[in-house]
Design a protein around this ligand. Structure first.
Ligand code: HEC
Length: 178
């Protein structure tokens, strides 16, 4: 390519780019720190990300009855939405009975899931104490903790879910096979 051709090509590229920029719809804005904080909600299986606060199943029953019962039924038995407790048969039956109690490997997921998406018609409405309490209530209904056990950021990750060992960590396996 001659120098002249190169300059022509270069100018062509620049003008295309400028045109592209001009044609942008100019919608949206940078996410503010507050918005990022609001959406950055992940809680990890080891409890990283859990906020302060606490609750017991005793208090959680009231939260459940006010905000969850209408869809998930009495004592989590299921209604228009999934049953959350009271599995009648096991995971190895056909079909398996998958509830949070029989299936989910980590208790922290109950808090995380509820905080980001429940109640379905008004997610985000519960404060941290209500979230800990309703999580405790669901664990209690599944026979995993006692009614007066205090659930908070240190006790929740220590709760051993019955199906904790029912998942295969393929990344760990690949490492071991290397
Ligand atoms: C308006 C109806 C409605 C209300 C109220 C509601 N849920 Fe749900 N919930 C649903 C639906 C529908 C699903 C299934 C969503 C899906 O599969 O993505 C669900 C799923 C769930 C799950 C996951 C169950 C599973 O086995 O995968 C949990 C846990 C849960 N809800 C907890 C709660 C809690 C706690 C409350 C009260 C704070 C609540 N929900 C209130 C409709 C509701």
């Amino acid at each position: 390519m001659s120098m002249r051709e190169f300059i022509f090509f270069f100018c062509f590229c620049v003008s295309c780019n400028l045109l592209a920029v001009e044609n942008q719809p100019n919608l949206g804005r940078d996410a503010s720190k507050g918005v990022i904080k609001q959406w950055n909600l992940d809680i990890f299986s080891d409890g990283k990300g859990l906020p302060s606060g606490q609750g017991t199943a005793h208090k959680g029953k009231k939260v459940y009855e006010r905000y969850c019962l209408s869809c998930h039924g009495v004592d989590g038995s299921g209604d228009s939405a999934d049953e959350l407790a009271g599995a009648m048969h096991s995971l190895t039956d056909n079909p398996p009975d998958k509830t949070i109690g029989t299936y989910w490997p980590y208790a922290t997921t109950i808090f995380d899931f509820t905080r980001r998406s429940m109640p379905l018609d008004a997610p985000g409405i519960l404060n941290n104490n209500q979230l800990y309490a309703v999580t405790a209530y669901l664990l209690y209904l599944n026979g995993i903790i006692k009614r007066d056990k205090v659930i908070d950021s240190s006790s929740l990750p220590k709760v051993k879910m019955p199906n904790r060992k029912g998942f295969i960590n393929i990344y760990q396996q690949e490492k071991e096979n290397d």
